[in-house]
Design a protein around this ligand. Structure first.
Ligand code: LMR
Length: 330
């Protein structure tokens, strides 16, 4: 009867003596993401690790888990809220359960290019969105770029919207993207990123939309026939943390991490354009999928076909945000 409490007491004493040593243990920060390391996000996460550990020697240890190794799309936001991981960087399409406003970024043909996306993200309205999910326990720390989306299918012809009628497309978990493919008369299917290659290879879906960097690093170009250079939308990220964990960090650690994040952001964002360009070239050189260039007329046809999506989501997103985003096009 008494053995257990006595043992517990002895253990408590041992632990009490162990506390000073334990207090010196570095804070372990798990950074989980779903893409390969040779991508803008993969490189950004590694740069953050390097900078954070340099700025806060012995105080933090950053562990980076790429390729959905630790958590995939379906679980990473929940895992962050549960404290099983401290940093993630989902694409902006993956927040619609938490706020409808970030769906802004999914509106087709909203931004002319990544420079316009960058101008909007740096504006007051863009920065406000980083705090828009605080009420849900999430703190946005930074935007990271990937690039503009291209459309790919397992068909030879991919120039005009009618070429995708009736085809099945994998999409990220976003209602705007679902509406976009429905507007084209295609069949969208929400699916985790880690499942896309196999779904394309086995014909579960006919096509997908993504950046050159993701199409290259995931080898989608090996299992698709045509990639149309549509640039019809953007894939960018929000680096997010658990708001409670972040606010509870010792101030010097939070400051060091914020600085490391700012520097890693500048690094990753500078790299993103070059990486996408290089990967486009690699795909062209591999000679597997054909890259379909589009004329101004073709692009206008895609834009027109996707236009109904804007009306459908304007109320949820807010006209003010849409106008601010449009202003960032030059
Ligand atoms: C996707 O799910 O298609 C991508 O957004 C994955 C990523 O994080 O780039």
């Amino acid at each position: 009867m008494f053995a257990r409490p006595l043992l517990a007491a002895a253990f408590t004493v041992t632990l009490a003596f162990a506390v000073p040593a334990a207090a010196q243990q570095p804070i372990v920060i798990k950074f989980s993401h779903v893409v390969a390391e040779n991508t803008p996000k993969g490189q950004g996460a590694l740069k953050f690790k390097e900078l954070a550990e340099k700025k806060l020697p012995g105080k933090v240890q950053v562990q980076v888990f790429p390729n959905s190794q630790l958590f995939g799309d379906a679980k990473e936001l929940e895992a962050l809220l549960l404290g099983d991981v401290q940093l993630i960087a989902p694409s902006l399409s993956k927040f619609d359960r938490y706020t409808k406003k970030i769906q802004l970024f999914d509106l087709p043909f909203l931004f002319d290019d990544v420079e316009a996306v960058d101008r909007f993200q740096s504006s007051a309205k863009g920065q406000e969105l980083l705090n828009s999910i605080k009420g849900r326990g999430l703190q946005g720390l930074a935007y990271w770029h990937n690039g503009m989306k291209q459309l790919s299918t397992n068909r030879d012809k991919l120039e005009r919207p009618e070429d995708v009628k009736g085809l099945k497309f994998r999409i990220q978990a976003s209602d705007v993207l679902e509406a976009q493919f429905r507007a084209l008369g295609a069949n969208p299917q929400k699916m985790a990123f880690s499942e896309v290659y196999q779904a394309l290879q086995t014909g579960v879906v006919d096509g997908q939309e993504n950046t050159w960097s993701n199409i290259y690093s995931q080898k989608f170009y090996e299992v698709q026939k045509t990639i149309a250079e549509t640039n019809h939308g953007v894939i960018d990220y929000m680096v997010v943390t658990n708001a409670k964990w972040w606010d509870g960090l010792p101030p010097d650690v939070r400051k060091g991490l914020a600085e490391a994040m700012a520097e890693a952001t500048a690094y990753a964002n500078k790299l993103a354009g070059d990486l996408n360009e290089a990967d486009r070239k690699r795909i062209a050189e591999a000679g597997k999928a054909r890259i379909q260039k589009l004329t101004k007329d073709d692009v206008a046809a895609w834009r027109k076909a996707m236009e109904p999506v804007w009306k459908k989501f304007e109320g949820d997103i807010g006209r003010d945000l849409i106008d601010a985003a449009l202003k960032s096009n030059k």
